[in-house]
Design a binder for this molecule. Sequence first.
Ligand code: IPE
Ligand code: IPE
Ligand code: MG
Length: 244
Amino acid sequence: MFGRKKKVAAVPRKIPVNLGIIMDGNGRWAKKRGLPRQAGHVTGAQVFRKITKYCQKCGVQYLTVYAFSTENWRRPQEEVDAIMNLLRQYLKESLADFQQENIRTRFIGDRTALDEDIRLLMEEAERTTAHKDGMTLNIALNYGGQQEITAAARKLAEKVAAGEISPSAIDEAMLEGALYTEDQPPVDLILRPSGEYRLSNFLIWQSAYAEYVFMDVLWPDFKEADLDRAFEEYARRDRRFGGV
Ligand code: IPE
Ligand code: IPE
Ligand code: MG
């Protein structure tokens, strides 16, 4: 029989080239379950792995995830330690995975404040994946957008002081080249789950013309279908970049 089956219209999705995710809501997720905040970070880390793979499958070319901000040191020492231990564990476990997957992993942020063993693991992860030509994954760790721009300004000022460049040569492209994300394209979409409507110092330069999608779901509950919904919402946006 024709015409009996109800047709479900496919909702068009659009895949951003460069996606930023603020992985927020771990603490509230745990609290709702009567668990310590750290438990939320454990589940959040699992979701991060799953969603990273899904992003690669969908065709995202650059993914930046906010894992720890320059302001997150204000949290109780116990929580900071738990997050750092999770990072250690993730890096150790992932080194084998990294070989198989076509993902280039990089870290953005000020690593000087991190423990030496973590810094070495980060370097190893970057070294082992440097030649990969699939998705680039930036993990923002001890990252702050203001700190990043300040560091870039300092780098350029040092070049001026050394007589390598003149102040008038400094333009947007040169400043961009001094950021952690150097040669990467601008961010197309910033996704923030957890019901907060703010950027919290994430990719402030790179997201000048990004679209924003805020979702109520807490990060540990975030599913592939939520990412699909975000891509559907992104498809509806009319990006004008100041034009008409
Ligand atoms: C995000 O979840 C993870 C980090 C900031 C490390 P939160 O820990 O901020 O969770 P909420 O926002 O308190 O629920
Ligand atoms: C932003 O979330 C940082 C990360 C997700 C790593 P926060 O939870 O730290 O941000 P605020 O405090 O709600 O602005
Ligand atoms: Mg939070």
